[in-house]
Design a protein around this ligand. Structure first.
Ligand SMILES: CC(C)(COP(=O)(O)OP(=O)(O)OC[C@H]1O[C@@H](n2cnc3c(N)ncnc32)[C@H](O)[C@@H]1OP(=O)(O)O)[C@@H](O)C(=O)NCCC(=O)NCCS
Length: 193
């Protein structure tokens, strides 16, 4: 029996907006499966992700098999006043620690999405995508939001050095508690590299 190929043998590539547009449905499928959302979520996400591609500082990285199949994807862009997520996070920071709003919400890269196909999770692919995405990302810091809970995403973000910006925060229209995490850029090189 031959061993399954290691995720390390997959290619980690940066996608242009045109390249990612061609893979949009494949990428949204990974998101829906990784997050365990109903398939109908894809219909709302595809146009939103397309609009995000037009934002300043947009950068997207994917992991491909030798057969050009997408195993994981991450993207983000420069956060700006007026964007929904920016205004939501500003509201939260202003309510809890107003002094740090400008510090966090100026010149930051918003890590908007990071997802690995469920059958490829747990062997370091998410970290590889994240590191490649942030290596060269615009901004002096990176911010993200993630549902509260002991998830693999949490372990990854802590390992990479993300700090609490907001905890147990509720975004408008979503009953789940979220954490907003952030850290300065660039990342330190991976241990042992
Ligand atoms: C979060 C997510 C992107 C992380 O990607 P991943 O490839 O599964 O995770 P990582 O890169 O962190 O690696 C996972 C594990 O492999 C281990 N690992 C790292 N390098 C490795 C290697 N070379 N060989 C084997 N294992 C390795 C890590 O130590 C880690 O261990 P842990 O899970 O016990 O902490 C992915 O799990 C996912 O899509 N989850 C669902 C969607 C989601 O929550 N997205 C984020 C929303 S904010």
């Amino acid at each position: 029996m031959t061993a399954a190929p290691s995720p390390r043998s997959d290619r980690i590539v940066e996608f242009s907006a045109d390249q990612f547009r061609e893979r949009l449905n494949e990428a949204v499928r990974i998101y829906v499966n990784a997050m365990g959302y109903p398939p109908s979520t894809a219909q709302q996400r595809a146009p939103m992700w397309s609009a995000h591609m037009l934002r300043a500082g947009w950068r997207c990285v994917g992991a491909l098999t030798a057969d050009d199949e997408l195993l994981g994807v991450g993207y983000g862009y420069l956060g700006h006043p007026g964007q929904w997520w920016h205004e939501q996070v500003r509201r939260g920071i202003l309510a809890r620690s107003p002094g740090s709003a400008e510090e966090w919400l100026t010149d930051y890269f918003e890590l908007t999405e990071l997802h690995v196909r469920p059958d490829s999770q747990g062997s370091g692919l998410g970290e590889e995508i994240l590191r490649r995405l942030l290596d060269g990302a615009a901004g002096s810091k990176v911010l993200l939001s993630t549902p509260e809970g002991p998830t693999r995403a949490w372990r990854l973000y802590r390992r990479i050095g993300f700090q609490d910006v907001l905890r147990h925060y509720q975004f408008t229209g979503d009953p789940r508690p979220f954490a907003v995490l952030g850290r300065a850029l660039p990342l330190e090189p991976r241990q042992g590299s």
